[in-house]
Design a protein around this ligand. Structure first.
Ligand SMILES: CC(C)(COP(=O)(O)OP(=O)(O)OC[C@H]1O[C@@H](n2cnc3c(N)ncnc32)[C@H](O)[C@@H]1OP(=O)(O)O)[C@@H](O)C(=O)NCCC(=O)NCCS
Length: 198
């Protein structure tokens, strides 16, 4: 269950039943002290490590869209995302997702992504996108399980020459966006009425 800690970022504990004996905690990114944790986790898994500027770009602007999973005090997974306007709509983007090999297959990756998506929904996102290598069976299965669909194939998207799939998840509209669309429709109808009278 998500709960806010004293300092703001939320923390959630996954019970032993779900996580084969260990207590897994999910903690929202707090501040620059968490930066080396995220960098270590991601760098271990990547063939082409990101620069610190890339991490800061995401984590300074969207700290609430990053979560770290812990087994006790040991960090072992993370997700890093962003959200911004695309064609006048809010769109979320999953930039990085890793789970340490020893902890895979326990739904931690799925949980990290779901927590980030929950924040995106709160922020008014209408869709989420990401890229994954066409050969990354694990990631493709995970995202498919969360409802993502293949939007397009991007030829030689990665520096290693591998193609990517752009995956997309359409989200339910937030209350705020529904109200905005209703107001726009009302204004349009009023304008049409005015034109008919004139
Ligand atoms: C991809 C990754 C994050 C998955 O993490 P995870 O915690 O093991 O994933 P989950 O346990 O949530 O798995 C979700 C689903 O995907 C399936 N899955 C995960 N990895 C799989 C694999 N290698 N092969 C086949 N299926 C796999 C799971 O069985 C599960 O399916 P189910 O819902 O039918 O049981 C992890 O393997 C990883 O860190 N890989 C290296 C980095 C990476 O590729 N990141 C993604 C970049 S787009």
């Amino acid at each position: 269950m998500a709960e806010a800690s004293e300092n703001g970022p939320s923390e959630r504990v996954q019970s032993g039943a779900e996580a084969s004996g260990s207590d897994i905690r999910y903690v929202q990114y707090k501040d620059e002290n968490d930066l080396p944790i995220v960098m270590d986790l991601v760098d271990k898994e990547l063939s082409e490590p990101y620069s610190i500027f890339t991490y800061r770009y995401f984590l300074h602007q969207w700290p609430h869209l990053c979560f770290i999973s812990y087994d006790g005090d040991k960090p072992f997974g993370t997700v890093v995302c962003k959200m911004d306007t695309h064609r006048e709509r809010m769109r979320g983007y999953v930039a990085m997702l890793v789970v340490d090999k020893a902890y895979r297959g326990k739904r931690v990756g799925s949980e990290l992504v779901k927590m980030a998506i929950a924040e995106m929904i709160k922020g008014g996102c209408e869709e989420v996108v990401l890229e994954a290598e066409v050969v990354n069976t694990g990631a493709l299965k995970l995202y498919q399980g969360l409802g993502f669909v293949r939007d397009k194939r991007l030829h030689r998207y990665y520096l290693n020459g591998v193609d990517a799939y752009r995956l997309k998840l359409l989200l339910p509209l937030s209350e705020a966006r529904l109200a905005e669309l209703a107001a726009a429709a009302e204004a349009e109808a009023a304008e049409a009425d005015g034109e008919m009278i004139a």
